[in-house]
Ligand binder design. Structure first.
Ligand SMILES: Cc1cc2nc3c(=O)[nH]c(=O)nc-3n(C[C@H](O)[C@H](O)[C@H](O)COP(=O)(O)OP(=O)(O)OC[C@H]3O[C@@H](n4cnc5c(N)ncnc54)[C@H](O)[C@@H]3O)c2cc1C
Length: 389
């Protein structure tokens, strides 16, 4: 059987799951406000959480751009399902590039097989994300003592480990930053459940505080000073592309719901699909989604090729896809009329879930700063006209 044939089979399998069991899970999550462990187990059993990991690690080993084609399908589903699939299929990559063989066995492989859950723990309440972090460690022998706080941490309640960014006390900037795997139940860890969010219902989030929490030094990935590389280095490019593809998939779902509604809804004797104003909205949405999708796939291929501009492409793709998603979901809700504002309508959840995408893997303000820096670096100076001409 050809690779292409088995990929198409896999895509059909994922589509069938998203449209069938995935939709039933979505309804249950919205009703109960919770993502049960049984959903994690089902995603894991079906192999949906190890699609992108190498075969040698127990994954499907899909090339990144092919994996993104499946991410597009998963993203048509509930925001919490998308969140689990996106995070678990990606977090091994952040750790793997810096892990020793022993750490790979203890943390990376079990995260791929679903034996342990890891929360990406970077954002802090008191300062900017990145070199501004203040959560710090003091080393005593083979142990770091961790103090500080984090917030907005996805899976922060139910995880087994925090993949956490801190700095050696007294250091500044990137220097002295460390990436640690902190056990969820270590002494001195306080977890406040902050799961009540606008959308992405059921995903657990937490605010965390650490008071001289002991963390063995062999739980550190990479060297002292490489901490932020784990969070913001090679991992960020594929992760941004995955978030950008999540926007494409969710926009497709919004468009599907809008077309279906416009077909059925009759006002003044005509279906909405017969009104030019509505036709224009749906046509603009279709073109915007396709443009974003092609840009995201281009970024994915550049990453796969190890191209020098892959990081720039990932920021441009994310910037563009997030803006597209905002416009598409807004128009899709508008087409539903006032009823679209009601929880009884599927578009209401899609609209709320979409808003979260504007924060994940950096806001558009941050993407624009990255893109602008590259524009300046790559644009050659224009020769000044000679005097007197
Ligand atoms: C649903 C959800 C899940 C999340 N999960 C996680 C997680 O698992 N782990 C984790 O670590 N974080 C997580 N976050 C946090 C997320 O990564 C941050 O919200 C995001 O990076 C923005 O940082 P901030 O909230 O601190 O905003 P701030 O830095 O306070 O920014 C506020 C506003 O100012 C703008 N701004 C800030 N600095 C600048 C600047 N230098 N120049 C121009 N504009 C600027 C921002 O773009 C934004 O509009 C999650 C957030 C959401 C919404």
């Amino acid at each position: 059987m050809s690779d292409e044939h088995s990929f198409e089979e896999l895509r059909t399998q994922v589509e069938a799951w998203v449209e069938g069991p995935g939709e039933r899970w979505a309804e249950r999550i919205e009703e109960t406000g919770e993502v049960p462990e049984a959903l994690w187990a089902e995603l894991n059993e079906r192999g949906f959480l190890r699609m992108a990991a190498p075969v040698a690690y127990g994954g499907h080993g899909l090339p990144f751009s092919r994996w993104m084609e499946l991410m597009e399908v998963f993203s048509r589903s509930h925001g919490s399902i998308r969140m689990i699939v996106h995070v678990v299929n990606g977090i091994w990559r952040a750790m793997d590039g810096h892990a020793t063989e022993e750490q790979r066995k203890r943390f990376v492989l079990p995260s791929i097989t679903g034996e342990i859950k890891i929360a990406f723990t970077l954002t802090e309440p008191g300062n900017g994300t990145g070199a501004d972090i203040t959560t710090s460690v003091v080393r005593e022998g083979d142990t770091y003592y961790l103090s500080g706080s984090k917030h907005l941490i996805t899976f922060g309640v139910r995880c087994d480990y925090y993949l956490l960014a801190a700095r050696v006390e007294g250091s500044t900037g990137h220097e002295g930053t460390v990436a640690l795997l902190v056990p969820r139940h270590a002494p001195g860890v306080t977890v406040e459940d902050t799961s009540q969010t606008m959308g992405v219902t059921g995903t657990d989030h937490a605010s965390l505080s650490f008071e001289r929490t002991p963390v063995p030094v062999d739980h550190r990935l990479g060297a002292e000073g490489e901490g932020l590389d784990v969070f913001l280095g090679g991992f960020l490019t594929p992760s941004r592309i995955s978030v950008a593809m999540s926007c494409v998939g969710l926009a497709e779902r919004a468009q599907q719901l809008a077309v279906a509604y416009a077909r059925d809804r009759v006002t003044f004797g005509k279906a909405l699909t017969q009104r030019q104003a509505i036709q224009f909205m749906l046509a603009e949405n279709a073109a915007d989604i396709e443009a974003a999708k092609q840009l995201v796939l281009h970024a994915a291929r550049r990453f796969e090729q190890g191209a020098e501009d892959a990081s720039l492409q990932s920021s441009m793709a994310k910037m563009h896809a997030v803006t597209m998603l905002t416009h598409v979901t807004d128009k899709a809700l508008q087409i539903h009329g006032g009823l679209g504002y009601w929880k009884s309508q599927k578009i209401e959840r899609v609209y709320r879930d979409a808003r979260a995408q504007r924060f994940e893997e950096g806001t558009n303000e941050v993407q624009k700063a990255v893109v602008f820096r590259e524009v300046l670096r790559r644009t050659p100076p224009v020769a000044a006209p000679e005097a007197g001409r």
